[in-house]
Write a protein that binds this ligand. Structure first.
Ligand code: AMP
Ligand code: ZN
Length: 113
């Protein structure tokens, strides 16, 4: 989608990727809310998790989570995955993304809102 910043990042037109597979890409959050804060996004544009996302896209996103948490050394210590959806969740970027947060105890409060 034109003028979508995450479309551009995911498809290598700007910024720097940490990891990519066939249908998903991962990059560092601009404003990290934990020691490790990575965003995993589909390369194609979907507004959110209830925008008819094909199962193979979700599978590639999960594969990317597995890969980046292993690389970041947080797979064993634990991490949190958040997908803000719509206004009440405070979704700011309307290109589907998983926040992957970890690297320190995250506590019980909500992070990324
Ligand atoms: P959300 O509120 O779930 O839509 O979160 C959007 C996230 O995208 C926030 O954590 C921002 O810090 C992050 N973000 C916005 N623009 C960029 C960018 N250009 N590169 C990396 N992260 C970004
Ligand atoms: Zn997009």
């Amino acid at each position: 989608m034109q003028d979508c910043i995450f479309c551009k990042i995911a498809n290598g037109e700007m910024g720097e990727l940490i990891y990519e597979n066939e249908r998903a890409a991962a990059f560092a959050d601009l404003n990290p809310q934990a020691k490790t804060h990575i965003l995993v996004v589909p390369k194609d544009h979907y507004a959110n998790i209830v925008d008819g996302v094909p199962s193979e896209v979700l599978a590639d996103m999960v594969e990317a989570v597995e890969h980046v948490t292993q690389e970041a050394g947080i797979r064993e210590s634990g991490f949190r995955v958040i997908m803000n959806t719509g206004d009440d969740a405070g979704q700011m970027v309307h290109h589907l993304h998983m926040h992957v947060l970890g690297g320190e105890p995250l506590g019980e409060g909500l992070i990324t809102r």
